[in-house]
Design a protein around this ligand. Structure first.
Ligand SMILES: Nc1ncnc2c1ncn2[C@@H]1O[C@H](COP(=O)(O)OP(=O)(O)OP(=O)(O)O)[C@@H](O)[C@H]1O
Ligand code: SF4
Ligand SMILES: [Mg+2]
Length: 342
């Protein structure tokens, strides 16, 4: 990869939460390792899908990259349009304000992320006002422009969010995120709360906007078919760590990590001609305040060996562009999503 291809470089990023247990938090304090030494790049103009079970740290990773929350350790190097590189983790207030003009977030729940007391115009215009985008007329023009780009009509701007359906509300959320003309957007489960019939419309809108505006997405999702559809590459997260990262087809057809294989086997089969051999993913995701020793996946891994319990596997590039953290990645022959005609 050329240096200039990278928009973002995440290096050894950690986010631990301190939580107090017991009545009034008096008993004991413990740490949740929500993001635990994560390193990867995001390329200019790509969609990087991020998948993993609930509680694996996807939202925390997205929020830490955007400095919505402060990291515990590590670097987030962002390549600015002027060619400079900033470490988002170290930015002061002023630096952060500039960074936020380039990086925004779209949320899962368009119901709770939009203020019910603000009109659509004010919701979309808020980031423009905060960032001193221009005089009233310039701001108004931009609001109309971005609303139209997202499939909203001018008469919608006077209304309040409760007057809209879920899909329309997500269009408002997208318009708000794009108003300031960012280059990078973290999309945190942007279609998970929507009816299946509406999901495709919003995914198509996000894809069209990406092409037209040259956007780069970190796209977080539970639904692997959505991720397969929209992503150029896919990263798989387990218990605060990345366990696999590669081109989408590689991850889906030739996974290197047993956790990825197990996730793939859980994809619902819509096509009756496709036979899936289900791999059972047993047990719950462990407590991130007390992760297992060695490979964090070992208590649930059907291939686990004694070494897996003792040593943490290294994050390594096994094939060009295909990374994994598994002691047996080079030896196992895992199943991806395979279409077998009956
Ligand atoms: N503010 C917080 N304080 C303490 N623990 C937190 C906080 N935010 C998240 N966590 C914990 O960090 C871990 C990762 O949570 P996170 O929300 O990032 O997971 P996720 O992969 O986005 O899950 P989901 O798919 O359910 O959205 C979880 O164990 C969660 O309980
Ligand atoms: S390192 Fe061992 S336990 Fe972990 S995923 Fe690989 S085989 Fe399974
Ligand atoms: Mg989440």
């Amino acid at each position: 990869m050329q240096q200039s291809d990278k928009l973002l470089e995440v290096k050894h990023l950690k986010k631990f939460f301190s939580v107090r247990r017991g009545i009034f938090g008096l008993r004991s304090a413990y740490q949740v390792r929500a993001v635990d030494d994560v390193s990867f790049d995001i390329r200019n103009g790509e969609t990087l899908g991020l998948v993993g079970e609930s509680g694996s740290g996807k939202t925390t990773l997205g929020r830490t990259i955007l400095r919505a929350i402060d990291p515990t350790e590590g670097q987030v190097l962002f390549h600015m349009p002027d060619g400079g590189v900033v470490d988002v983790a170290q930015l002061d207030r002023r630096g952060l304000q500039t960074f936020r003009q380039h990086a925004q977030m779209i949320f899962q729940d368009p119901y709770s992320s939009l203020s019910p007391r603000m009109t659509v115009r004010d919701i979309i215009g808020e980031p423009l006002v905060v960032n001193h985008y221009g005089d009233r007329e310039t701001v108004d023009r931009r609001i109309r422009e971005v609303a139209e780009l997202c499939g909203l009509q001018v008469e919608h701007l006077r209304r309040y969010p409760h007057a809209f359906s879920g899909g329309q509300r997500q269009r408002i959320g997208i318009a708000r995120a794009l108003a300031i003309n960012p280059r990078f957007v973290v999309c945190d489960e942007p279609v998970s709360a929507l009816d299946v019939s509406i999901q495709a419309q919003i995914l198509n809108l996000l894809q069209r906007l990406q092409q037209d505006l040259g956007l780069t997405y970190l796209f977080i999702a539970h639904d692997l078919s959505v991720v397969e559809y929209i992503s150029d590459r896919v990263a798989v997260m387990y218990l605060g760590k990345l366990v696999e990262l590669a081109e989408t087809t590689e991850v889906f057809r030739a996974p290197l990590h047993p956790y990825t294989e197990a996730l793939m086997s859980a994809i619902p089969v819509a096509n009756p001609h496709v036979i899936m051999q289900p791999v059972v993913l047993e047990g719950e995701i462990p407590d991130p305040s007390n992760p297992p020793t060695g490979c964090p996946f070992h208590p649930r891994c059907r291939y686990a060996q004694p070494v897996c319990e003792e040593q943490t596997p290294e994050w390594r590039e096994y094939k060009p562009g295909h990374y994994a953290a598994c002691h047996l990645a080079a030896e196992l022959s895992l199943k991806g999503v395979q279409e077998v005609q009956r």
